[in-house]
Design a protein around this ligand. Structure first.
Ligand code: ATP
Ligand code: MG
Length: 748
């Protein structure tokens, strides 16, 4: 075994992975086993012991925050030589490549990047143009489907060729015009960024070769969540080895010696199947890279054995997986704490009180605590309670800063200034603040641009030639164009340019004079954006407006995790999806109810249920010392209370690992679905009175008889009072959902 200071603090398998040379390397291992740590040490080792140059290294992480952390850690290990490495997300790396090579694909190097909201707006525009009924062909769904196609590297021509149904043909048509509009706007959406890089490599072998010569070491973290396009991208980037048949005949020449590839991941943590990520990348790695070496890591360094045993027990219920044996030598630690709350407010209150208690009794700081939930919307109640009890917190994800209207408006102005053909941004601010260019005027300019085959911006500049425009609108348009031209001519730092936009357009004055308290916070947000620009200027003295906009549009959810001192002081609220790769001493896993987590849409869908279970595994394994699992007996959903049964994942955690807190009536959680909790009995009592007839009080697992369908077992109960619905499994009669108040049903 090689001895080297960089290998201290690594176990033998981790060392093997760090020093491995040559063939592709796959590290598959459970959560907290040091995969990310291995990557970091491997980079440091390559640089200090194997004569690799920093610019030969490309390391792909899942978020910009993870990239920053990895860079910092390598920096600490080997010093400032690390600067020239590419440690970044797929998107950032591809954007860099595309900016350099944009001309080959017919773009300028200042192309715009459309984020999800922009691309949905564009798709909505396209659907309107195609006169599609939004009820039958929802633009959002079209947007999502186009994204899926791109993740599979299917372009619109191929999609059209494959289309069989009317719906598929319509989709392909929308895809084609959506793509045309993007190209006209000199823009790419998020999925294009990956797909076009693959296209670039495949169409221009010299470009591919250039990057293959450059990147001699390619590493990918969270490999289980790469989608097909990203998978092919890696193959293109690494280069193909020479391929011969068994008889030694050359099938394919290798142009450049393939780069060393090292990917790390955990099939059990694949949680983006809905985004086209596919664990087939892991499962088939060995097939696609026949000379690959696989290293397994089995020791978990993050969590107590109790937490790990819970995680192992839950994930072992998934059928399509390789069994793993993850262990920890950190001792059992405290038991997992379980809590059945009366409702979601009670659940949040429990969390707040527990955080206080831990602070008093165990010196736990709020910064060591994370609260996870399944959907973004769930954060609101925690926020409300935390504000009320004075507990400092930070929401990661959710209504993100960059999604706030005023922030997007200002960014849209900046984008138009950087790239006038960015029509979506242009039209977003055309009449913001209101300047008398109404929908009618906009439509006329659009018609003019279509007829003349000129970009929208040019049509605006030549508005006097557009027929039918009222003088008032025409003047407003002229003023608007003059304002933009004036701003474009100014050579100002980005932050000052942003100020000028706010002043010149009247945006700032409008907010300042409105008297609406919400506008005050809008102003704060705009000022915050200007300080983002100032920070950018300080960090990148040569950075251009285009660079700034790019950085802003690539900010991932996880980047808003507070860092430094802040991080010591505030509870982190986030969805389970955002939590990947992170660790916290104390974790609250909330909303463990069937229909919440696992999510409603996964019930009855075995494959989606397995993905939900992987999400539960991710959540549990973020915890280092203490884990709390909770559910609410009643939770409002869509404005009316629902009493969801306990999450099936709760029943999968071995009972002896959990210490149930509070009212004993709510404790026997294994049976909690059968026995009434206080809140359940309140709502059930209400529902019993419905319609003046005695309605059975049902829980999942109860046996019932129905006048028509016969014997059955209750699967779930949803809603309350006269809206209560029960789902009953009638065996060969199938599953039926019945309105309890009207169903001729009796409890046995
Ligand atoms: P995930 O699957 O959640 O991404 P991971 O496999 O990437 O987890 P890391 O985040 O690299 O795991 O490591 C988990 C924790 O264990 C970190 O705090 C890391 O510093 C620590 N760790 C990893 N290996 C060792 C080791 N050999 N000795 C001590 N601590 C270690
Ligand atoms: Mg990791």
């Amino acid at each position: 075994m090689v001895d080297h200071p960089l290998l201290d603090g690594l176990n033998p398998q981790q060392r093997d992975a760090v020093v491995h040379e040559g063939s592709p390397l796959l590290i598959v291992a459970g959560a907290g086993s040091g995969k990310t740590r291995v990557l970091t040490h491997r980079i440091a080792y390559l640089l200090s012991e194997r004569d690799a140059q920093p610019q030969e290294i490309l390391a792909i992480t899942f978020t910009n925050k993870a990239a920053r952390e990895m860079k910092e850690r390598v920096d600490r290990l080997i010093g400032p030589r690390s600067k020239a490495m590419w440690v970044m997300t797929f998107h950032s790396a591809c954007v860099r490549i595309l900016r350099r090579e944009a001309k080959r694909l017919g773009f300028t190097s200042s192309f715009s990047i459309y984020d999800q909201a922009d691309s949905q707006r564009l798709m909505a525009m396209v659907c309107r143009e195609l006169d599609l009924d939004p009820k039958r062909y929802p633009p959002r769904s079209f947007s999502a489907q186009v994204s899926n196609l791109k993740n599979e590297l299917i372009d619109y021509e191929t999609a059209a060729g494959k289309a069989q149904t009317h719906l598929e043909r319509t989709l392909a048509e929308a895809y084609a015009s959506y793509q045309r509009r993007l190209t006209e706007a000199g823009a790419m959406d998020f999925d294009d960024i990956i797909m076009l890089t693959v296209t670039l490599f495949q169409l221009f072998p010299d470009v591919a070769e250039h990057y293959r010569r450059r990147f001699r070491h390619v590493m990918v973290d969270e490999y289980q969540d790469t989608n097909h396009a990203q998978y092919i991208l890696i193959r293109e980037l690494v280069g193909h080895p020479e391929l011969r048949t068994a008889d030694g005949d050359l099938v394919r020449e290798g142009s450049v010696e393939p780069a060393e590839l090292c990917v790390v991941g955990d099939a059990d943590q694949s949680i983006y199947a809905f985004r086209g990520a596919t664990i087939r990348n892991i499962l088939e790695f060995e097939r696609d890279y026949p000379n690959a070496r696989t290293i397994l890591l089995e020791q978990n360094y993050r969590s107590t054995q109790t937490i790990l045993s819970a995680a192992n027990a839950v994930i072992s219920r998934n059928e399509s997986r390789k069994p793993k044996n993850l262990w920890s030598d950190q001792g059992a630690g405290p038991k997992i704490v379980g809590y059945v709350a009366d409702n979601e407010h009670d659940e949040a209150m429990f969390v707040a009180q527990e955080v206080d208690r831990l602070a008093d009794e165990d010196d736990v700081t709020p910064g060591q605590v994370a609260v996870f939930y399944r959907t973004n919307a769930a954060s609101r109640v925690f926020e409300e309670i935390f504000i009320r009890t004075g507990l400092p917190y930070k929401v990661v994800g959710g209504v993100r800063f960059y999604e706030r209207k005023e922030v997007r408006d200002l960014l849209a102005y900046l984008r138009v200034l950087a790239n006038p053909s960015d029509t979506v941004s242009l039209r977003r601010v055309l009449n913001v603040p209101k300047r008398g260019i109404g929908d009618r005027a906009e439509a006329m300019v659009e018609a003019f641009s279509i007829r003349e085959r000129i970009p929208f911006y040019e049509a605006l500049s030549r508005a006097e030639d557009a027929p039918g425009l009222a003088t008032r609108s025409l003047n407003a348009i002229k003023e608007f164009v003059a304002l933009l031209e004036d701003l474009r001519g100014k050579e100002l730092p980005i932050s000052e340019l942003a100020e000028e936009v706010l002043a010149g357009t009247g945006y700032r004055t409008e907010l300042e004079t409105s008297g609406d308290p919400q506008d005050e916070s809008r102003l704060e947000n705009l000022n915050e954006l200007i300080s983002v620009a100032q920070e950018f200027e300080e960090a990148n003295p040569d950075g251009t407006l285009v660079d700034f906009l790019e950085q802003v549009s690539l900010v991932a959810d996880a980047d808003q995790i507070p860092e430094g001192e802040d991080h010591q002081g505030v509870v982190t609220l986030m969805t389970l999806h955002t939590a990947k790769g992170l660790e916290f001493p104390v974790v609250f896993l909330t909303g463990l109810e069937d229909g919440v987590f696992p999510h409603m849409r996964s019930l009855g869908e075995p494959r989606e249920l397995e993905e939900e279970r992987r999400l539960a595994y991710v959540g549990i394994t973020r915890a280092q010392q203490r884990l709390y699992i909770s559910r609410a007996a009643v939770r409002s959903s869509w404005g009316s209370p629902a009493f969801n049964p306990a999450s099936r994942f709760l029943a999968e955690v071995p009972g002896d690992l959990v210490d149930w807190r509070g009212d004993p009536a709510k404790n026997a959680w294994g049976a909690a679905t059968k026995r009434e909790t206080r809140a359940e009995s309140r709502t059930a009592a209400a529902s019993r009175k419905t319609g003046g007839r005695v309605i059975p009080n049902l829980s999942p697992g109860d046996r019932v008889t129905h006048d028509q369908f016969g014997l059955g077992t209750v699967v779930s109960v949803d809603g309350m009072a006269e809206k209560t619905k029960v789902k009953v499994d009638f065996g060969s009669g199938g599953e039926k959902t019945l309105l309890l108040a009207y169903a001729p049903i009796e409890k046995l």
